[in-house]
Design a protein around this ligand. Structure first.
Ligand SMILES: [Fe+2]
Length: 309
């Protein structure tokens, strides 16, 4: 049991003993269970929110078992609230551990966010202030969760729309320090980075310069909406449309710097036929292959030298 001290997982420890998939994946939606099981599409992997499968039995678990029999799986949590002042609830960690043991995901990830205060749970991933105190809290909670799960976690960069008055640490440095203190890995959501860069008017390449790209073990790609906020366009991370060209360009930049890592097409709203998501995953494979250079291929886990491609 965690005693309150931040104890990192061993440096360089991977999230799983299994090799990561070498092709892009898609978020698994119940609407697509049958299509996937009937057609067994050529795809690298699937990702689910574990909270949707914290059940004693029933069809969702049976479908997930059937999909898992043929594909690698990633668990992408939304319920740990690692940015809360309180530690992650033990019963939630117990349920997550049960799923990890049962489905043997190649990565387990969560968000740089909070959503719980006492026994109140908010249905949003709320932003964490970029302060030294919040970093201490987040690092302690990540370490507790990793201890409990006996696994390395990946932490995802958020989409944000407002900034706190008092920010002591730039976001990429906050995440870099989090991985240094806890040994956690990082999940780089390229769409979230693009959304934030646009909403807060910063250069996403400068953000990448300050970010621990070598700790990235998963990439997310998604579409977003553009809303009007009193005359100022604001980009909203709604996962409701296809990945836009500017995000593909930023993905190319990331893969060129980092090398290929397992990449996921996220889609939660305006769900299209499964074939559309499959086509986007195949496009991600092609873009990654181009970024790595002719003949490079989209080999997961490859370490391209910074600046290659
Ligand atoms: Fe994401």
């Amino acid at each position: 049991m965690h005693d309150g001290a931040v104890v990192p997982v061993p440096a360089g420890a991977s999230s799983s003993s299994r090799p990561p998939p070498d092709r892009a994946g898609v978020g698994l939606k119940s609407e697509h269970y049958r299509t996937i099981l009937e057609t067994r599409p050529e795809l690298g992997w699937f990702e689910v929110h574990p909270e949707n499968y914290m059940l004693e039995g029933g069809p969702p678990l049976r479908y997930l078992e059937a999909v898992r029999a043929d594909y690698p799986l990633s668990l992408h949590g939304v319920g740990m609230s690692l940015g809360s002042c309180e530690p992650p609830p033990r019963d939630h960690l117990d349920r997550l551990k049960k799923l990890v043991d049962r489905f043997e995901p190649f990565v387990v990830s969560e968000h740089l966010s909070w959503s719980r205060l006492g026994d109140r749970f908010l249905a949003d991933l709320l932003p964490v202030p970029m302060t030294r105190e919040a970093l201490d809290v987040m690092a302690d909670n990540v370490a507790r969760a990793q201890d409990h799960l006996r696994r390395r976690l990946l932490i995802e960069n958020p989409s944000t729309y407002l900034r706190f008055d008092r920010e002591e640490i730039p976001e990429p440095e906050f995440l870099t320090e989090l991985t240094r203190r806890t040994g956690c890995g990082l999940l780089l959501d390229v769409n979230n980075l693009f959304v934030c860069a646009s909403n807060h008017a910063f250069d996403p390449c400068a953000w990448l310069d300050a970010f621990a790209l070598d700790a990235v073990e998963e990439i997310h790609l998604a579409g977003h909406a553009v809303d009007d906020a009193h005359g100022h366009p604001i980009r909203v991370d709604d996962h409701g449309s296809a990945v836009i060209e500017e995000v593909w360009t930023l993905y190319r930049e990331v893969v060129g710097r980092r090398g290929a890592v397992p990449t996921l097409i996220e889609r939660d709203a305006n769900l299209p036929p499964f074939e559309a998501l499959l086509a986007e995953a195949h496009l991600a494979d092609r873009v990654a292959g181009e970024a790595l250079g002719a003949g490079g291929g989209a080999r997961a886990g490859a370490r391209a030298e910074s600046g290659v491609g």
